[in-house]
Design a binder for this molecule. Structure first.
Ligand code: HEM
Length: 372
């Protein structure tokens, strides 16, 4: 999408498309929209059930509950578990020389970590895994939705019933897991129904797996394209955080989000009427050369740049930032340690997903060699 984004930033920065949706592409315009929730609503319909699509004051109620649980400290507490999962998944690659990294690492890593954290035991993971793989496939599928929609909806119902069962179970018998923690936070703030908690758990699955999977895949892909950066990472493993942050800017897993205008407003000289929808192109803002010098270049030494918008900005800023970055950091570090010639991780064939929201790959077949 990147050449198109550039063209739009230069010639049609605020643009009404044939579906009567507005689109914003420049960094400053995107930021204006994200940071002004009084003008730009996330609530697409009245019956929104996910925190992502709520406006204040309802949003605030969820957010204050959730932000107690999604702290950097919480993410650090997950590190040993993440490492164990990464080691297990990478060890399973021994004895072969090629794999599809999306299936063998990118999806299972966030899936195992998140389900573990929620309190789902390994033997109950399968429907979660199937659902996540379907989502990636569904985003890749250009021939219409029916093939995946039915199965995905059935699974979705199954997963929500499972969360309801967990909530009942943990209410009687709390454990050291996220579902129990959500129930005890609930006791402090009051007012969450079981249905609301089920919706929140499900949103974590929607928002936390495929996104993180694409970040990991996009990082491997980008390193494969930039051998000098890979070499630098070998000599200076601490540079991994800079690499991941630059991948977030350069190949943002979430390329766009959506808002509705609540009252007439001007963006970049265009008057936008109340009620009109806007596609907010995070991926285009992150490559805006008005803000990022040599924006189309992957450069881990960027300085004095404002923050990229890969995790959004304003009140909906992603809650999973610390967890997602930590998972990818541990995975990349372990790949570099265990696989002697990461250079010989050869990406064979790219299968991009066809989505305007997510940027990633359906599969990433690679060849590799382990350290003996
Ligand atoms: C919100 C991106 C991982 C949970 C968001 C938004 C973005 C985003 C762009 C805001 C959208 C908007 O403003 O309309 C990402 C990316 C990830 C990632 C790129 C991985 C690289 C995660 C993970 C979790 C998570 C691992 C949970 C475990 C959430 C939640 C929200 C959110 C709960 C809603 C926050 C709110 O509405 O207040 N994410 N996310 N995300 N994300 Fe993430």
């Amino acid at each position: 999408p990147f050449p198109l984004y550039r063209q739009m930033r230069d010639t049609n920065a605020v643009y009404k498309d044939t579906n009567h949706s507005w689109n914003v592409f420049r960094y400053e315009d995107v930021k204006q929209v994200l940071n002004d929730h009084n003008t730009f609503s996330s609530q697409v319909s009245f019956e929104e059930r996910s925190i992502l699509s709520m406006d204040p004051p309802r949003h605030q109620k969820y957010r204050s509950m959730a932000s107690q649980l999604f702290t950097p400290k919480m993410a650090m507490g997950m590190a040993p578990r993440i490492s164990a999962v990464v080691k297990e998944l990478i060890s399973a690659l021994r004895g072969q020389e090629e794999t599809d990294l999306v299936r063998s690492l990118s999806i299972p890593l966030p899936l195992y970590v998140l389900t573990d954290w929620l309190g789902v035991p390994p033997e109950d993971r399968l429907p979660f895994q199937r659902w996540s793989e379907l989502e990636v496939k569904y985003n890749s599928y250009t021939g219409g939705m029916d093939a995946y929609e039915n199965e995905s909806e059935t699974l979705q119902d199954e997963l929500c019933s499972y969360f309801q069962w967990m909530i009942d179970n943990r209410r009687r018998q709390p454990k050291d897991d996220l579902v129990s923690a959500l129930l005890s936070v609930k006791a402090d703030t009051g007012g969450f129904t079981d249905g609301e908690l089920v919706d929140f758990c499900f949103l974590l699955i929607i928002g936390g797996i495929e996104t993180t999977a694409h970040l990991l895949t996009n990082t491997v892909l980008t390193l494969d394209e930039h051998p000098a950066v890979l070499q630098r990472l070998r000599n200076d493993p601490d540079a991994v955080s800079k690499v991941i942050d630059e991948v977030l800017r350069y190949r943002s897993p979430v390329q766009s989000t959506f808002r509705i205008v609540l009252h007439d407003v001007e963006i970049g000289g265009h008057l936008i009427d109340r009620g009109e929808p806007i596609n907010v192109w995070l991926g285009a803002a992150n490559r805006d050369e008005r803000i990022f010098e040599n924006a189309e270049t992957f450069d881990i030494d960027r300085k004095n740049n404002p923050k990229h918008l890969a995790f959004s900005s304003g009140i909906h800023h992603c809650l999973g930032v610390h967890l997602a970055k930590l998972e990818v950091k541990i995975a990349i570090t372990e790949l570099l340690t265990q696989i002697s010639q990461f250079e010989r991780i050869r990406v064979k064939e790219l299968v991009p997903i066809h989505s305007t929201v997510l940027l990633g790959l359906e599969s990433l077949p690679i060849n590799y060699k382990f350290v003996e």
